[in-house]
Structures are given as structure tokens and as C-alpha cells.
Ligand binder design. Structure first.
Ligand code: MRU
Length: 347
């Protein structure tokens, strides 16, 4: 990656360990975490030191290499791979990355798995740039874009998907203004997207999640663009909790609602959103902000980390192959096919 890159790679293989940009510490500190064993990696995934569907995919592939380096038998490596894949259930990329790493390991051993993981990492950045190129045309000059969670370089190895579209528009001379949902409960918007936009020089304004519909109603949003953790064969989209509400509001106000994701996030084996497993996280994340408790001690809380937006509310899904439009049952398989033929230059 070029030295001028304003956001360091989120995930890299260093010697015999995975180096993660520890997203739990941002924006207060730019800190890195060395994962020297599978336990540390699984904990890093579960606690969101590494997060975002594309980054999870690459973490999964490197995780197989880590397992091969630290465990004695093939059986142990397979069991560790299954454990990594289960660490978070909703993002299909995690299981996808583990499967790619494991297939390479079974075929050619640890070094082959490392080659595949390294190429997935490089490939991620190239594909995200393509998503950006295709998506930038959807952003009007000086357009107001609303986004949710963090879908930038931090959610990938680099560049970003939905925020990558905004970045690509910015890099081609458009001057988008971004409304950033804070994204309760873990505040990926407030902590991470605002940090990235600051580093990139993109004009961003943080809003409470509950403000989004009102801004749409007042004509202050031209488009909504979000990422995805899994896109079902019919175009239903699982993404960070709160996304569905944005799509409903966007439809109510006749604002386009776009999803940006690499084809690896499209899961043709899942017929529709009903079949997507939604991760439920610790209720403490809702009763607390950071380590500070805000709810009464006996308050019950429920914490689904993702929701499913029905395909009928999605204007288009931007992949590295362009914008897939409804009917998604027809357009998504074509994108998956074409994406397999995209050759990205690896450094
Ligand atoms: O819980 P997170 O932070 O991993 O959730 C991330 C999201 O929901 C993103 O929108 C999605 O993974 C796409 S990231 C390019």
C-alpha cells in the first residue's frame, strides 16, 4: 500500500502472527494487536478489535495460517478453523475466508494457505477500489450522503465499500457531505467513520441514529449508502442494526437506498433474509456506553447486532462488477459469476 495511505492496513501477516489495527482503541489511540495464537484471534473477532465483513474474511484466512503455525495436527487445525468461522455468525465473509484458507491448507499446506490469505488481502483493496469507481457515479456533486456503521478502510483491509464509494466520489472532485449515524450500541459511526472521514478530509457530520429520518424529511439527504454482512440470493441484506429503519425512511421520502459490498458478501446459498442468522451480543453493550452504565441495574436489554433489509427497499447493490439492480435473483448470480473473473493486480 502506498506510503501516503492515510489509514494503515487493518490486517497484515507479520512473521508468524497477524497484526490487527485494534479498533477497540479508536479514535483515542492508534494501537496494534499481535495475534500469536488462535485464542487471541477469536477474542479479537468477538470483541471487534477486527470487524467489518471484508476484514473478517481476510482475518479468517490468516487465522488458518495461524492455526497451522501453532497447532500440531491437521485435525486441530480444522477444529480451530471451525472455531474461527463461528466467532461471528452473520458476516458470510468470515466463513468464506476461513474456507478459502482451509482449502489452500488442505491442498498445499501452511505456505499455500499463507499465499491465498495474502492474495485475498491484496484483492480486497483492489475490489473495494472497483466498488468505489462504480459507485461514485451515484453520488451527485456536492450531494448529501447518509451512512451507517463503519464501511471504510477499517472494515476491510483497505479503502472501504460504502464509505469507499464516498471516498471515490471525493477523490474524483465531488464534494460529498456525509451524515454519519453514530451507530449505537458500539458507536462504529461515531468512533470509526468520523475518524476515517477526518483523516481523508471528507466533510462529515455526526448525528444520533434517531435523527436520520428527520433529516430525510427535511430534504437534507440525497442518498443513503450502507455496507452488508450478507446478501441473500433474493437481495435481502443483513447489515448493522438500524439499517432496516434507514431503508424504510428512505423509501418513505423517495430517497435512493444503496448497498455496497464485494461479491464475496453475496450468499447465493441463502435463499432470503429469513435464513440469515442474526448475531445477538451481550446486553451490557446496550445498558452501557463504553464502560459506563446508563440503565438501571435491573434493566433488561436485547442486543441484536444486525437486521435484514428486504430487497424491495434496496435501489441497487454496488459490487466490484457494477450496480446490480432488481430483480436481484437474476442480477446477483451474474455479479458473482463476473466477480470470479475479475483479476486484480497483486503487489
Ligand atoms: O459489527 P460490525 O462492526 O462488524 O458491523 C459491520 C457492519 O455492519 C458493516 O456495515 C458491514 O460489515 C460491511 S463493512 C464494509
Amino acid at each position: 500500500m502506498a506510503a501516503a495511505e492515510p489509514i494503515p492496513p487493518t490486517i497484515e501477516w507479520r512473521g508468524h502472527s497477524i497484526r490487527l489495527l485494534d479498533q477497540r482503541a479508536l479514535p483515542a489511540r492508534l494501537r496494534f494487536l499481535a495475534c500469536n495464537d488462535v485464542d487471541t484471534l477469536v477474542d479479537a473477532i468477538a470483541t471487534l478489535a477486527v470487524r467489518g465483513a471484508p476484514a473478517l474474511g481476510v482475518a479468517g484466512a490468516f487465522g488458518v495460517v495461524l492455526a497451522a503455525d501453532t497447532l500440531r495436527t491437521k485435525r486441530q487445525v480444522r477444529a480451530a478453523a471451525a472455531r474461527i468461522a463461528r466467532a461471528r455468525p452473520t458476516a458470510v465473509n468470515l466463513a468464506w475466508g476461513v474456507a478459502r484458507g482451509l482449502e489452500a491448507y488442505e491442498r498445499g499446506g501452511r505456505d499455500t494457505a499463507l499465499d491465498v490469505a495474502e492474495s485475498l488481502a491484496a484483492d480486497d483493496v483492489c475490489r473495494n477500489r472497483l466498488i468505489g469507481t462504480h459507485g461514485a457515479a451515484l453520488v451527485p456533486v456536492d450531494g448529501a450522503v447518509l451512512t451507517h456503521c463503519n464501511t471504510g478502510a477499517l472494515a476491510c483491509v483497505g479503502y472501504g465499500t460504502a464509505l469507499g464509494v464516498v471516498r471515490a466520489a471525493f477523490e474524483t472532485g465531488r464534494r460529498p457531505k456525509v451524515w454519519v449515524d453514530e451507530t449505537r450500541p458500539l458507536l462504529q459511526g461515531a468512533r470509526l467513520t468520523m475518524w476515517e472521514c477526518g483523516r481523508l478530509g471528507i466533510d462529515a457530520t455526526l448525528i444520533a441514529d434517531g435523527a436520520a429520518a428527520a433529516l430525510m424529511g427535511r430534504g437534507k439527504v440525497d442518498l443513503v449508502i450502507v455496507g452488508a454482512d450478507r446478501v441473500a440470493a433474493n437481495g435481502d441484506v443483513a447489515n448493522k442494526i438500524g439499517t432496516y429503519g434507514l431503508a424504510v425512511s428512505a423509501r418513505q421520502h423517495q430517497i435512493p437506498f444503496y448497498v455496497a459490498a464485494p461479491a464475496s458478501t453475496i450468499d447465493l446459498a441463502t435463499a432470503n433474509g429469513d435464513a440469515i442468522v442474526i448475531e445477538e451480543r451481550d446486553p451490557d453493550e446496550v445498558t452501557h456506553v463504553g464502560s459506563h452504565r446508563i440503565a438501571p441495574p435491573d434493566a433488561e436489554a436485547f442486543n441484536p447486532a444486525f437486521d435484514v433489509t428486504p430487497a424491495r427497499l434496496v435501489t441497487a447493490i454496488v459490487t466490484e462488477c457494477g450496480a446490480a439492480r432488481p430483480p436481484y435473483r437474476r442480477s446477483l448470480p451474474a455479479h458473482v459469476r463476473r466477480a470470479a473473473e475479475v483479476v486484480t493486480p497483486h503487489p
